[in-house]
Design a binder for this molecule. Structure first.
Ligand code: G3D
Ligand code: MG
Length: 185
């Protein structure tokens, strides 16, 4: 009777951050292992799904990729409704995108999603492949991570794939553990 049935979870995850920090690129890299050079601002919200197997569980991820700000303002509640976890993303080469994590995205997240989502959010510094253009240091990222009480802080490159898989995996494990799911890894 036991051992043959895989348990299933469905997790809605949202990716937040200023325009052009690399939200869509991170999702594409994770979902499709591809990086598109041509930049098309996402319209509205894109929803992508992927099933991952974690130990004895099938986990269907539903990733909400945010786009145009105006639409977001209108549909913020819907955007966060039923959300299990979030990535708060900034671009390490653009300091304003870093400041806005706290001033804007984190504030919204706390207000609209925290009651449902608990502490399942990570701080992500993207575009670390652009080392010469960096304006936000790792130390500053770590400080912000402590201030915002994030579950983890990870620096990524959606371009070369650095830490992208582990970012999503960390978030999924964090969500599952906080749901009381027993995970060995
Ligand atoms: P968004 O979804 O947050 O708005 P996008 O951001 O994923 O559309 O990316 C915005 C721009 O940043 C794109 O460049 C994209 O190629 C680039 N980008 C995203 N992630 C990385 C990264 O890790 N490294 C580098 N070097 N570039 C990245 P364009 O030139 O098309 O505007
Ligand atoms: Mg986008």
């Amino acid at each position: 009777m036991t051992g043959s049935v895989l348990k299933e979870y469905i997790l809605k995850l949202v990716v937040l951050g200023d325009a052009a920090v690399g939200k869509t690129s991170l999702i594409n890299q994770y979902m499709l292992h591809s990086f598109k050079e041509d930049y098309k601002p996402t319209l509205g919200v894109n929803i992508l799904t992927k099933v991952v197997k974690i130990e004895d569980y099938n986990v269907r991820l539903i990733l909400w990729d945010l786009a145009a700000q105006s639409k977001y303002e209108l549909s913020r509640k819907l955007f966060f409704q039923g959300c299990s976890g979030a990535l708060l993303v900034y671009d390490v080469t653009r300091y304003t995108s870093f400041s806005n994590v706290k001033e804007k995205w984190y504030e919204d997240f706390i207000r609209y999603a925290l009651p449902e989502t608990g502490g399942n959010y990570l701080l992500i510094g993207n575009k670390v492949d652009l080392a010469d253009e960096r304006t936000v240091t790792t130390e500053e990222g770590e400080k912000m991570a402590n201030k915002l009480n994030v579950a983890d802080f990870i620096e990524t490159s959606a371009k070369n794939g650095k830490n992208v898989d582990s970012t999503f995996k960390t978030l999924v494990l964090c969500v599952l553990r906080n749901k009381g799911v027993k995970i060995l890894q």
